[in-house]
Design a protein around this ligand. Structure first.
Ligand SMILES: C[S@@+](CC[C@H](N)C(=O)[O-])C[C@H]1O[C@@H](n2cnc3c(N)ncnc32)[C@H](O)[C@@H]1O
Length: 194
Protein backbone atom coordinates (compact mmCIF):
# COMPACT_ATOMS: atom_id res chain seq x y z
CA UNK A 1 0.00 0.00 0.00
CA UNK A 2 1.18 3.51 -0.66
CA UNK A 3 1.66 5.52 2.52
CA UNK A 4 0.73 8.67 0.62
CA UNK A 5 -2.79 7.31 0.09
CA UNK A 6 -3.46 8.36 3.71
CA UNK A 7 -3.52 12.11 3.18
CA UNK A 8 -5.82 14.97 4.13
CA UNK A 9 -8.17 14.24 1.23
CA UNK A 10 -8.52 10.61 2.36
CA UNK A 11 -9.44 11.56 5.93
CA UNK A 12 -11.89 14.25 4.74
CA UNK A 13 -13.66 11.88 2.42
CA UNK A 14 -13.95 8.81 4.62
CA UNK A 15 -14.23 10.43 8.07
CA UNK A 16 -14.81 14.16 8.22
CA UNK A 17 -17.33 14.95 5.51
CA UNK A 18 -20.66 13.70 6.92
CA UNK A 19 -22.07 13.08 3.42
CA UNK A 20 -19.26 10.65 2.43
CA UNK A 21 -18.08 9.36 5.85
CA UNK A 22 -18.24 5.63 6.46
CA UNK A 23 -19.25 5.95 10.12
CA UNK A 24 -21.63 8.42 11.77
CA UNK A 25 -21.07 10.29 15.02
CA UNK A 26 -23.75 8.20 16.75
CA UNK A 27 -22.13 4.94 15.58
CA UNK A 28 -18.76 6.11 16.92
CA UNK A 29 -20.17 6.94 20.35
CA UNK A 30 -22.02 3.62 20.54
CA UNK A 31 -18.99 1.57 19.50
CA UNK A 32 -16.87 3.11 22.24
CA UNK A 33 -19.65 2.75 24.83
CA UNK A 34 -19.87 -0.93 23.88
CA UNK A 35 -16.12 -1.57 24.24
CA UNK A 36 -15.93 0.33 27.54
CA UNK A 37 -18.95 -1.55 28.92
CA UNK A 38 -17.17 -4.82 28.21
CA UNK A 39 -14.01 -3.57 29.94
CA UNK A 40 -16.07 -2.58 33.00
CA UNK A 41 -17.90 -5.91 32.91
CA UNK A 42 -14.65 -7.88 33.21
CA UNK A 43 -13.21 -5.51 35.84
CA UNK A 44 -10.51 -3.97 33.66
CA UNK A 45 -9.37 -0.57 34.86
CA UNK A 46 -7.90 1.41 31.94
CA UNK A 47 -4.80 3.28 33.07
CA UNK A 48 -3.17 3.39 29.64
CA UNK A 49 -5.01 3.50 26.31
CA UNK A 50 -3.41 3.09 22.86
CA UNK A 51 -4.86 3.49 19.39
CA UNK A 52 -2.70 1.94 16.66
CA UNK A 53 -3.33 3.32 13.16
CA UNK A 54 -5.46 6.06 14.69
CA UNK A 55 -6.39 7.93 11.48
CA UNK A 56 -8.21 11.13 12.47
CA UNK A 57 -7.93 10.15 16.14
CA UNK A 58 -11.70 10.05 16.70
CA UNK A 59 -11.52 6.92 18.88
CA UNK A 60 -9.13 8.51 21.39
CA UNK A 61 -11.11 11.78 21.49
CA UNK A 62 -14.39 10.02 22.23
CA UNK A 63 -12.65 7.64 24.63
CA UNK A 64 -11.40 10.74 26.52
CA UNK A 65 -14.99 12.00 26.85
CA UNK A 66 -16.38 8.66 28.01
CA UNK A 67 -13.52 7.56 30.29
CA UNK A 68 -12.12 10.68 31.90
CA UNK A 69 -10.00 8.98 34.54
CA UNK A 70 -7.45 7.57 32.06
CA UNK A 71 -4.36 9.78 32.10
CA UNK A 72 -2.17 7.90 29.58
CA UNK A 73 -3.62 8.14 26.09
CA UNK A 74 -1.32 7.44 23.14
CA UNK A 75 -2.08 7.38 19.44
CA UNK A 76 0.10 6.02 16.65
CA UNK A 77 -0.11 6.10 12.87
CA UNK A 78 2.29 5.22 10.07
CA UNK A 79 1.13 8.11 7.88
CA UNK A 80 3.24 11.27 8.03
CA UNK A 81 0.20 13.39 7.26
CA UNK A 82 -1.98 11.77 9.91
CA UNK A 83 0.80 12.28 12.45
CA UNK A 84 1.18 15.94 11.49
CA UNK A 85 -2.50 16.88 11.22
CA UNK A 86 -3.89 14.85 14.12
CA UNK A 87 -0.90 14.79 16.46
CA UNK A 88 -0.05 11.06 16.53
CA UNK A 89 3.33 9.51 17.03
CA UNK A 90 4.52 8.29 13.66
CA UNK A 91 4.97 4.61 14.40
CA UNK A 92 3.83 1.66 12.32
CA UNK A 93 1.95 -1.25 13.86
CA UNK A 94 4.92 -3.52 13.01
CA UNK A 95 7.24 -1.29 15.10
CA UNK A 96 4.88 -0.72 18.02
CA UNK A 97 6.63 -0.69 21.40
CA UNK A 98 6.55 1.04 24.77
CA UNK A 99 4.77 0.50 28.06
CA UNK A 100 1.89 -1.97 28.11
CA UNK A 101 -1.66 -0.71 27.70
CA UNK A 102 -4.87 -1.92 29.29
CA UNK A 103 -6.97 -1.15 26.21
CA UNK A 104 -5.46 -1.26 22.73
CA UNK A 105 -7.49 -0.38 19.65
CA UNK A 106 -6.43 -1.38 16.15
CA UNK A 107 -9.26 -0.63 13.82
CA UNK A 108 -9.23 -1.10 10.06
CA UNK A 109 -5.43 -1.04 9.78
CA UNK A 110 -4.02 -4.53 9.18
CA UNK A 111 -5.77 -5.07 5.86
CA UNK A 112 -3.22 -2.64 4.42
CA UNK A 113 -0.34 -4.98 5.28
CA UNK A 114 0.78 -8.15 3.47
CA UNK A 115 0.71 -11.39 5.50
CA UNK A 116 4.20 -11.29 7.01
CA UNK A 117 3.92 -7.70 8.13
CA UNK A 118 0.41 -8.24 9.45
CA UNK A 119 1.69 -11.18 11.53
CA UNK A 120 4.48 -9.03 12.86
CA UNK A 121 2.00 -6.29 13.76
CA UNK A 122 -0.16 -8.81 15.64
CA UNK A 123 2.90 -9.94 17.62
CA UNK A 124 3.57 -6.28 18.53
CA UNK A 125 -0.08 -5.79 19.54
CA UNK A 126 0.24 -8.85 21.80
CA UNK A 127 3.35 -7.40 23.49
CA UNK A 128 1.68 -4.04 23.92
CA UNK A 129 -1.66 -5.24 25.32
CA UNK A 130 -2.11 -6.42 28.91
CA UNK A 131 -5.91 -6.25 28.93
CA UNK A 132 -8.29 -5.92 26.00
CA UNK A 133 -7.57 -5.51 22.30
CA UNK A 134 -10.40 -4.09 20.23
CA UNK A 135 -9.55 -5.26 16.75
CA UNK A 136 -11.46 -4.63 13.57
CA UNK A 137 -10.52 -5.37 9.98
CA UNK A 138 -12.27 -5.91 6.65
CA UNK A 139 -11.95 -9.54 5.60
CA UNK A 140 -12.81 -11.59 2.52
CA UNK A 141 -15.86 -12.84 4.48
CA UNK A 142 -17.37 -9.36 4.69
CA UNK A 143 -19.88 -7.76 2.38
CA UNK A 144 -18.78 -4.20 1.85
CA UNK A 145 -20.52 -1.20 0.31
CA UNK A 146 -17.95 -0.78 -2.46
CA UNK A 147 -19.14 2.64 -3.61
CA UNK A 148 -18.78 4.16 -0.18
CA UNK A 149 -15.71 2.34 1.16
CA UNK A 150 -11.98 2.33 0.57
CA UNK A 151 -11.53 -0.97 -1.31
CA UNK A 152 -7.71 -1.12 -1.21
CA UNK A 153 -5.82 -3.69 0.84
CA UNK A 154 -5.38 -7.42 1.36
CA UNK A 155 -8.67 -9.13 2.12
CA UNK A 156 -7.81 -12.24 4.14
CA UNK A 157 -10.36 -14.62 5.65
CA UNK A 158 -11.60 -13.84 9.18
CA UNK A 159 -10.25 -17.25 10.26
CA UNK A 160 -6.70 -16.09 9.40
CA UNK A 161 -6.98 -13.23 11.89
CA UNK A 162 -8.65 -15.36 14.58
CA UNK A 163 -5.94 -18.01 14.32
CA UNK A 164 -3.06 -15.51 14.33
CA UNK A 165 -4.48 -13.52 17.24
CA UNK A 166 -5.09 -16.69 19.27
CA UNK A 167 -1.54 -17.92 18.63
CA UNK A 168 -0.25 -14.54 19.78
CA UNK A 169 -2.02 -14.95 23.14
CA UNK A 170 -5.51 -13.46 22.77
CA UNK A 171 -8.87 -15.04 23.60
CA UNK A 172 -11.54 -14.19 21.06
CA UNK A 173 -14.74 -13.17 22.84
CA UNK A 174 -16.51 -11.96 19.71
CA UNK A 175 -17.47 -8.59 18.21
CA UNK A 176 -13.79 -7.62 17.78
CA UNK A 177 -12.99 -8.03 21.48
CA UNK A 178 -9.85 -10.03 22.29
CA UNK A 179 -8.65 -10.54 25.86
CA UNK A 180 -4.92 -10.89 26.49
CA UNK A 181 -3.84 -14.00 28.36
CA UNK A 182 -1.85 -11.61 30.60
CA UNK A 183 -5.15 -10.46 32.10
CA UNK A 184 -5.42 -13.35 34.51
CA UNK A 185 -8.60 -12.10 36.22
CA UNK A 186 -10.62 -12.84 33.09
CA UNK A 187 -12.70 -15.89 33.99
CA UNK A 188 -15.66 -16.24 31.61
CA UNK A 189 -18.10 -19.13 31.25
CA UNK A 190 -17.27 -21.45 28.36
CA UNK A 191 -20.05 -20.11 26.14
CA UNK A 192 -18.74 -16.56 26.36
CA UNK A 193 -15.58 -17.27 24.38
CA UNK A 194 -15.23 -18.81 20.96
C1 LIG B 1 -8.87 3.06 7.20
S1 LIG B 1 -7.88 4.11 8.21
C2 LIG B 1 -8.50 3.67 9.84
C3 LIG B 1 -8.27 4.76 10.83
C4 LIG B 1 -8.84 4.48 12.22
N1 LIG B 1 -8.22 3.36 12.86
C5 LIG B 1 -10.34 4.26 12.15
O1 LIG B 1 -10.81 3.16 12.37
O2 LIG B 1 -11.01 5.24 11.84
C6 LIG B 1 -6.33 3.29 8.20
C7 LIG B 1 -5.26 4.02 8.99
O3 LIG B 1 -4.20 3.09 9.23
C8 LIG B 1 -2.99 3.77 9.02
N2 LIG B 1 -1.99 2.74 8.68
C9 LIG B 1 -1.85 2.06 7.52
N3 LIG B 1 -0.85 1.15 7.63
C10 LIG B 1 -0.37 1.27 8.90
C11 LIG B 1 0.64 0.62 9.63
N4 LIG B 1 1.40 -0.34 9.07
N5 LIG B 1 0.86 0.97 10.90
C12 LIG B 1 0.13 1.95 11.48
N6 LIG B 1 -0.84 2.62 10.83
C13 LIG B 1 -1.10 2.28 9.56
C14 LIG B 1 -3.26 4.75 7.91
O4 LIG B 1 -2.32 5.78 7.87
C15 LIG B 1 -4.66 5.20 8.27
O5 LIG B 1 -4.64 6.32 9.12
Amino acid sequence: MSASQFNREYYRRFYENPTTAIISAAERRNEIRFVLSFCRHIGLEIRRFSDVGAGTGWWAREFGRQYRSCRQVETFDASAEAARIYGHRRVSAQELAGLPSDLVVCRDVLRYLPDRQAKRAIARLASKCRGVLYFQVVTSDDEVDEDRSDMTGYFRPASWYRRTLERAGFRDVGMGLFVSDKFSRFDPFALEVR
